[in-house]
Design a protein around this ligand. Sequence first.
Ligand code: PEP
Length: 258
Amino acid sequence: MRVPLVIGNWKMTTTHVEAKDLAQQIVERLGSLHGVEVVLAPPFTSLAAVAPVLRGRGIGLGAQDVHWEDRGAFTGAISHRMLEALECTYVLVGHSERRKHFGESDHLVNRKIQAALRGGLKPVLCVGEEEQERSGGQLRAVIRRQVSQGLEGIDSGAAERLTIAYEPVWAIGTGKSAKPEDAAEAHDVIRRQLERIFGPDRSRTVRILYGGSVTGENTAGLAARAEVDGVLVGGASLDAQSFAAIVHGGWETRPITG
Ligand code: PEP
């Protein structure tokens, strides 16, 4: 069973005071949730402030990154143990902004996925092509490589804790969302790759989200595609009304696929 999942990625925007306030507004707007799972991913420094607001409200807490080691001399870094102690259940790994601005390679992303799974976290592996890779006909090769290298050495038993987010780089923060049929096509490539890695049964449990300029206006078109198991939302997750419009915009009423 794949329950639709909507994740809000707040990036480097909120102080802990602002994050607590935004989380409270979102909790109030969303009310009780049916047939959809929601996760908020505030900055590291806001996690402790947001956790008590979400507790008992059916909304999960996620982090935006994790270090590849469990502990050690890595000044400034945050390990999976620290996130787990703050009630995080999800963690984004390999977001294109991490790949671009922090030089994260597929190999490093893989080590982070391994660390998250070594602990008790559910990693969300982010993949997606640059505009010129798409126009150059490399879409399939790029996302296949990111999925297979990101998941290298991961046991098929871990598949049920894994989510993939397909986020074309040209769609992130640009207002230029992928068309639902284009998202569906890329999700299909990812699904086939997951089948090769984990086998048909285990791979079926992995949710594949779309991310890139998702709004209350375009969410229904994405929810209408069976290949899309939810969305990863950046900008629109920073406003409670916009985020609620996305969550309520088709995901709750969608038949749950197996
Ligand atoms: C993201 O950061 O993962 C994202 C999808 O951002 P936006 O929704 O702003 O495009």
